[in-house]
Write a protein that binds this ligand. Structure first.
Ligand SMILES: NC(=O)C1=CN([C@@H]2O[C@H](COP(=O)(O)OP(=O)(O)OC[C@H]3O[C@@H](n4cnc5c(N)ncnc54)[C@H](OP(=O)(O)O)[C@@H]3O)[C@@H](O)[C@H]2O)C=CC1
Ligand SMILES: O=C(O)C(=O)CO
Length: 329
């Protein structure tokens, strides 16, 4: 079997248990930023593709790989993969559903806390020799506790629920919006109440996005949504950049429609310096906090993900149906 690897070779080497890989399997490495001609040159006859959670696998690539059986995302998201073309070609697209939920929930909460405590600004003041409460002007503006915040979770799947569970420990009030409303019992278990989207937007102190990218969710947070939010509210996006209209968010930060944003994901990725959120005026500098799309990338997660990926490829190699198929075959 041949595996075309369209993600970090170092990561595969670190997290794969090579004692389990049959000797006659061949791994063909390119990075996730690859040229399609190069992928076809080295991987045309490959049986499997492993690709990171954001990078593209196009119709052209799929249609020109006659032996291809499985395209496996290295994460949960698979929005770079042309799932329809794969379906048409009888190729399974698989992900690692729910294996990194706790890690992403931690990242979302980290961004919430860092924004509330103005961590970036505080760090900068200390580095300017302004350590000590008397020298920190923003204390007088009032620092809210996460415990007193009403947090709205948009997309109440695996990560949304993991975030709700952790927020319960902080004592926050949690509401959620998803297309499917949970049973009363489930809502009680997660300590979360359902709110219609408009109400959630208007009433929450923090809104945390946990939606997948689909045709319905691209630009889900647009200028209208941001205008409904409270001027004191924060937006957290650890889902995908495409869910938030980047220009509208930059505008909302500039004109004070919202207080700040914590962003693990941007649109496009890899992010370019042209992104309007990286070009905000000085007065907004501390109101947006970035992390480099590392929500789901802990050591624990990678061991779990890579075990799952290889198990799935072994199943497919034996002619069996792999787990976590996401393209409806
Ligand atoms: N930053 C990072 O490192 C990571 C980011 N992610 C991103 O997070 C996303 C969510 O992951 P995860 O929670 O595991 O996925 P899940 O599929 O478990 O949850 C997604 C939830 O979103 C809801 N949803 C889908 N479409 C809509 C819609 N149009 N309106 C409202 N709700 C909707 C779904 O519920 P329902 O269908 O009932 O509405 C579902 O419960 C991933 O798709 C990925 O893009 C994932 C892992 C790591
Ligand atoms: O699992 C995912 O979808 C990710 O974004 C991880 O990087």
């Amino acid at each position: 079997m041949k595996v075309l690897v369209l993600t970090s070779q170092k990561r595969i080497e670190k997290y794969t248990d090579f004692s389990k890989i049959p000797n006659n399997w061949e791994l063909l490495y390119l990075d996730s930023v690859y040229r399609e001609e190069e992928a076809l040159r080295i991987g045309k006859t490959a049986d499997f593709i492993i690709v990171d959670a954001v990078s593209p696998v196009s119709r052209n690539l799929i249609e020109n790989m006659p032996n291809l059986r499985v395209i496996h995302s290295e994460g949960v998201g698979f929005n770079g993969i042309d799932t329809q073309a794969a379906r048409k070609a009888g190729v399974y697209v698989c992900n690692n559903a729910s294996l990194n939920s706790g890690a992403v929930a931690e990242q979302a909460i980290l961004l919430m806390l860092a924004l509330l405590r103005r961590l970036r600004e505080g760090d900068s003041l200390v580095r300017q020799g302004k350590q000590g409460q008397a020298k920190i002007p923003f204390i007088l503006n009032g620092i809210p506790e996460l415990a007193s915040c009403h947090v709205g979770i948009v997309g109440f799947g695996s990560i949304g629920r993991a975030t709700a569970k952790r927020l319960a420990a902080f004592g926050s009030k949690v509401s959620y919006f998803s297309r499917r409303r949970l049973s009363e019992q489930e809502e009680n278990d997660f300590g979360a109440e359902y709110l219609p989207l408009d109400e959630l937007a208007a009433s929450c102190d923090i809104i945390s996005l946990h939606l997948p990218v689909t045709p319905d969710t691209i630009g889900f947070v647009d200028g209208d949504f941001l205008k409904k939010m409270k001027p004191s509210a924060f937006l957290i996006n650890t889902a995908r950049g495409e869910i938030v209209d980047q220009n509208a968010l930059a505008q909302a930060l500039e004109d004070g429609s919202i207080a700040g944003a914590g962003l693990d994901t941007l649109d496009p990725e890899p992010a370019t310096l042209e992104n309007p959120l990286l070009n905000l005026s000085d007065s907004c500098r501390y109101r947006v906090l970035f992390s480099p799309h590392i929500g789901g990338t802990t050591d624990d997660v990678f061991y779990r993900l890579h075990r799952n990926i290889w198990n799935n490829l072994f199943l497919a190699a034996q002619g069996k149906r792999p787990n976590n198929i996401v393209n409806g075959i």
